[in-house]
Design a protein around this ligand. Structure first.
Ligand SMILES: C[S@@+](CC[C@H](N)C(=O)[O-])C[C@H]1O[C@@H](n2cnc3c(N)ncnc32)[C@H](O)[C@@H]1O
Length: 246
């Protein structure tokens, strides 16, 4: 199976969906931050949330009065988003080719949150940024885990509880590709393995994403730490780039 096929399988799995649902409430923090962003930069109310996943950010943005469209490649993610979020429009599409889905539409705010680059190869990530650029009329927000934090802080083995599963991640950073190779095992309450996923994800340092964003036709307005207004520093786990069309 190719890496792309594995990636699609993961996004359709119950295991992965449980993980997305677990962090639903964090969507409220993002929505508050986006509201402040729109006031700070005097942006309009149309938002494209791509990829939207289960709709955890879209949900809170709708409550804040934004006019939200969510795009994702996973039909299962979209089903959950449609069920949980009324008042937003959800459409199946590929973030590498957004204009195929939204035609000539352009949005005041385009969100690419929660580490949504790095699933495919570097050319695909460039396509994602070009594609986001074509649909942005105000600002685009790209939020990623920082490679520089990750290489010093990634545990070899990590346990977490994602109801109803105990999850064990065995991770290895491959320095020649800057990808983390992950074997993720799901255990039931008795500790029996009930499923597993294997995938790899590319992680970027800030200077690489800045270069790619500029190549895609963006100007970098700000670089922040997660959903805060603290300027990003090298030891921060997440970097959030605020981009405008150049
Ligand atoms: C880590 S989740 C992030 C979802 C959302 N941004 C959030 O913060 O909850 C990644 C999402 O990317 C979607 N995805 C992966 N490849 C995609 C593609 N080529 N086009 C659109 N969505 C894609 C997956 O289906 C999944 O829902």
């Amino acid at each position: 199976m190719s890496n792309n096929e594995i990636i699609f399988k993961i996004f359709e799995s119950d295991f992965y969906i449980s993980e997305m649902v677990k962090i639903w409430d964090e969507g409220n923090k993002w929505a508050n931050w986006i509201k402040q962003l729109s006031q700070r930069y005097n942006l309009g109310k149309t938002v494209l949330d791509v990829p939207c996943g289960v709709g955890r950010v879209s949900y809170f943005l709708v409550n804040e009065g934004f006019n939200v469209t969510g795009i994702d490649i996973s039909e299962r993610m979209l089903e959950i988003a449609k069920k949980n979020v009324t008042g937003a429009k959800f459409v199946k599409g590929d973030m590498r080719r957004l204009s195929d889905t939204v035609k000539d539409e352009k949005y005041d705010i385009v969100l690419n949150l929660f580490n949504s680059l790095g699933y495919y190869n570097d050319e695909d990530d460039m396509d994602i940024l070009f594609s986001i650029r074509t649909v942005t009329k105000g600002m685009a927000i790209v939020n990623l885990d920082s490679r520089d934090y990750l290489i010093y802080n990634l545990p070899d083995v990590r346990y977490s509880y994602v109801p109803p599963y105990m999850v064990v991640d065995i991770s290895r950073f491959e320095p020649t590709t800057s990808r983390v190779e992950v074997v993720r095992k799901y255990l039931d309450k008795k500790g029996n393995e009930v499923g597993s996923l294997e995938y790899s994800q590319r992680y970027y340092s800030l200077h690489e994403v800045v270069k790619m964003a500029k190549r895609a036709g963006f100007r970098v307005e700000d670089i922040l730490s997660g959903y805060s207004w603290k300027p990003y520093e090298i030891g921060d786990p997440q970097m959030t780039l605020v981009l405008s069309p150049s």
